[in-house]
Write a protein that binds this ligand. Structure first.
Ligand code: ADP
Length: 172
């Protein structure tokens, strides 16, 4: 069983009223398409202004900003790896992006956090390989953490939701 603090939800991450939403950002932190574009549109131009001051972020790490016009208080910008076939440290870098986000969240007193499926869009990481890494990384983190109360894995679309649930229910 995964920790009951982990929830699988279908929807649009920009709508969630949680303490922090995670952005699947690129290393420049200057915005992009997909969930990154949606977050910047919903947060307003002040988000990009704050991001500019951060000077980028290495793959596998994360940076925190305010959420501006979002219902979420913070945005944690995590940089996942670009899929290059699977033998270029992609798994470890993806796990590191999740772990870094969780560490930053705890440092800022975040109790509820929502993740998109990092790297599974434009970055091409296969969903069926990314989901177990995401779930196991969050699970391992929660085993040593009592701050976080809710970790929401946000699935964009029915297919992603069903795949997530499949892996979530597999762990007995
Ligand atoms: P990456 O460059 O890390 O692959 P993408 O934004 O292209 O980032 O995709 C990451 C995941 O986010 C994909 O699974 C995509 O379906 C999903 N996604 C896109 N828009 C949203 C949204 N508004 N809310 C939640 N997830 C989203």
């Amino acid at each position: 069983m995964y920790d009951p603090r982990i929830e699988i939800v279908e929807g649009d991450i920009t709508k969630l009223a949680v303490d922090a939403i995670v952005n699947a950002a690129n290393a420049s932190l200057l915005g992009g398409g997909g969930v990154d574009g949606a977050i910047h549109r919903a947060a307003g131009p002040e988000l990009l202004e704050e991001c500019r001051k951060l000077g980028g972020c290495p793959v596998g790490e994360a940076r925190l900003t305010k959420g501006y016009r979002l219902p979420a208080r913070y945005v944690i910008h995590a940089v996942g790896p670009i899929w290059q076939g699977g033998n270029n440290n992609e798994d470890a870098l993806l796990a590191s992006a999740y772990r870094s986000s969780l560490e930053l969240a705890v440092q800022h007193g975040v109790r509820s956090i929502a993740f998109p499926a990092i790297s599974t869009g434009a970055y091409g990481f296969p969903m069926e390989r990314a989901i177990p890494i995401a779930l196991d990384t969050v699970q391992t983190f929660l085993e040593r953490d009592q701050t976080l109360q809710r970790v929401i894995m946000v699935c964009f679309g029915r297919a992603a939701y069903e795949l997530y649930l499949h892996f979530y229910n597999q762990r007995t």
